[in-house]
Each structure stands twice: as structure tokens, then as C-alpha cells.
Design a protein around this ligand. Structure first.
Ligand SMILES: [Zn+2]
Length: 49
């Protein structure tokens, strides 16, 4: 079985034609930011130590 990645840690790679491309820091997959909007995303500002 493959481990399920929820892509909770991402960074923006590029922005093109109004589309943000983000990379998951955990599994290294690349998505359009719109594809991640359906997932619960926590604010980067409130990182827990
Ligand atoms: Zn991931």
C-alpha cells in the first residue's frame, strides 16, 4: 500500500496565467493551487512549534 499524503506542507513554485503551481514538500508532487483548495489548509502564519 502507498502512504497517503495529505499535502499539508506546500510551497509555491510558479504563477502562470493566473494559476499558482504548488509543490508538496512531503511527497514532491506538483499541483495547481486550485486542486488543493478542496483540502483543509492551515494558515502558514500559525505554525506550531
Ligand atoms: Zn503530498
Amino acid at each position: 500500500m502507498e502512504p497517503v499524503c495529505e499535502h499539508q506542507r506546500t510551497q509555491v513554485l510558479a504563477r502562470r496565467e493566473g494559476v499558482d503551481y504548488v509543490e508538496c514538500l512531503d511527497c514532491r508532487r506538483i499541483f495547481e493551487a486550485e486542486d488543493l483548495e478542496a483540502l483543509p489548509v492551515e494558515d502558514d502564519e500559525a505554525e506550531t512549534a
